[in-house]
Structures are given as structure tokens and as C-alpha cells.
Design a protein around this ligand. Structure first.
Ligand code: GLP
Length: 245
């Protein structure tokens, strides 16, 4: 069989203009402290001799990546470094405390409803069994960081909402009030753009990069406790996993 002729590799494509502007801005950001104001779109457009659209695209990517923060009507600023968030079997409250931050939690919505097929299967319940659905906004040092929707059996955890309103940490309530500490969990992590609802709750732009997490947690006997779907701000979190042999 005849050998296919070897094609010379394509020459490297020329980087798009916005990318060059972005590299320039990254160099500038590296010299500035968090909170410093960066030049306006108009100034950058004239200084770099490029179009406003190009500058806007570069700034937009840097905002999405959490390098810059846009304050409407005020300007664009160098962002604080992201939170390094270890991937561990801990609660939100415990995790933030362990890395020296203050947590606040706001209840967005709480209902009790009849489980559909999927949630019933996840919680090992019969379809139609009563389930708590609790949606919470989690803030770290006053900044909205995540929206979490937890579903748990209502029969197993009666009066859960009352305890949660008083205590704040779901894992503490489960352990202290119900004697059911979370022992293990399976977690998934994917990326997704912020929907208008999450964007407004988390005070970021529609379509901003988000981390979509799910956690399916179990007790010591291996029975499911909680099914959680979370949106974490992609511009504020860096998830850290410790890998050992
Ligand atoms: C993390 C997990 C959630 C869990 C929560 C409990 O955020 N991703 O699945 O529900 O911790 O946190 P807390 O005990 O602070 O309510």
C-alpha cells in the first residue's frame, strides 16, 4: 500500500488581536495590587491602537476568568486572588472556616414536595415520597459565592428547616440533631454558563463561567442522605484536590 505523503505542518496561526490585548492586560495586572483600577476601554483603545470591540472582548475574558472585576458605573478593577477550595468531605461552613473565612447563608426557597423518579432513586425512596428541597445562597466574607439546592427525605429529617434556620450548617444539623453524620459522597464537577437567575443571585454577568457541582452523600451504613446541585462562581473558586499514591 502506498504511504500517504507527509504534509508539512501548518504554520502556527497568527493569534487573534483580542488575545494580544489580553496578554498585554495580563502583564499589566501582574504589576498591580488587588483593587487597583485598570484603564478604561476608551483609554486602552487609543493606547493600543485597536478597536473598542477588541478591547471589550479581552476585558470580558479576564472578568470571566476572575482576573478583573467590573463594577457597573464605576470601572474595572484587579480582582482578589481566587479562593483555593479543597475537594474534601467537608461542609461549606467548615471548609470556609478552615481556610480562615466567614460564611453567611441566606435561604432562597424551601419546599416539601413529592419526589419524582430521579430524586426518589437518588434518595432510595419510593416515587411520590415527601422530600425537602432547600435552596440556599452561600456567602464568603460577604460575597455571594454559591447557590446550593439540597434534597433530603422529609420522613427521615422532620423539622429540618427549623433547625437549619437556627444553626446555618446542614451537616451540623444532620449530625447533632438527627445523629446522621455524612460519611461519604460522590461529587461531580462540570462547567456551565450562568443562567440569568444564578447570575442575579451571584451578582455576576449572564453567561459568566460557573462550576456546576453535584454531591450525592451517604451515611455510615451507605444509605443516601442528600442529593445536592450547586452553582459555584467560576471566577472566584479554584478547586484543589490532593492526590497521593
Ligand atoms: C458543601 C456541599 C453541599 C453540602 C454543604 C453543607 O457545600 N457541596 O453538598 O450540602 O457543603 O454545608 P453546610 O453544612 O455549611 O450547610
Amino acid at each position: 500500500m502506498a504511504e500517504a505523503a507527509l504534509e508539512p505542518p501548518d504554520p502556527a496561526p497568527r493569534p487573534p488581536k483580542y488575545y494580544l490585548v489580553k496578554q498585554h492586560l495580563l502583564e499589566l495586572i501582574a504589576t498591580l495590587p488587588a483593587g487597583a483600577l485598570v484603564p478604561t476601554e476608551r483609554t486602552l483603545t487609543s493606547e493600543l491602537g485597536t478597536s473598542r470591540t477588541t478591547v471589550r472582548q479581552a476585558l470580558g475574558e479576564l472578568v470571566g476568568e476572575g482576573r478583573l472585576i467590573r463594577r457597573h458605573g464605576s470601572g474595572t478593577y484587579v480582582a482578589e486572588p481566587k479562593l483555593g477550595w479543597p475537594l474534601q468531605m467537608t461542609s461549606f461552613t467548615e471548609q470556609a472556616g478552615a481556610i480562615g473565612h466567614e460564611v453567611a447563608t441566606e435561604l432562597i426557597d424551601a419546599t416539601e414536595y413529592a419526589a419524582g423518579e430521579e430524586v426518589a432513586r437518588r434518595l432510595d425512596l419510593a416515587p411520590g415520597a415527601a422530600v425537602h428541597r432547600i435552596e440556599r445562597l452561600r456567602l464568603v466574607d460577604g460575597t455571594p459565592m454559591a447557590v446550593e439546592t439540597s434534597e433530603l427525605s422529609a420522613a427521615r429529617f422532620p423539622g429540618l428547616l427549623g433547625h437549619l434556620t437556627r444553626v446555618g450548617s446542614l451537616y451540623r444539623v444532620l449530625a447533632d440533631e438527627f445523629g446522621v453524620p455524612v460519611a461519604s459522597a460522590e461529587q461531580t464537577i462540570e462547567t456551565a454558563p450562568a443562567s440569568p437567575r444564578e447570575a442575579s443571585l451571584l451578582q455576576c454577568d449572564n453567561g459568566a463561567p460557573m462550576l456546576r457541582l453535584t454531591r450525592h452523600s451517604f451515611d455510615h451504613a451507605g444509605a443516601p442522605i442528600e442529593w445536592v446541585q450547586s452553582w459555584y462562581r467560576g471566577d472566584r473558586y479554584r478547586l484543589v484536590a490532593r492526590l497521593t499514591t
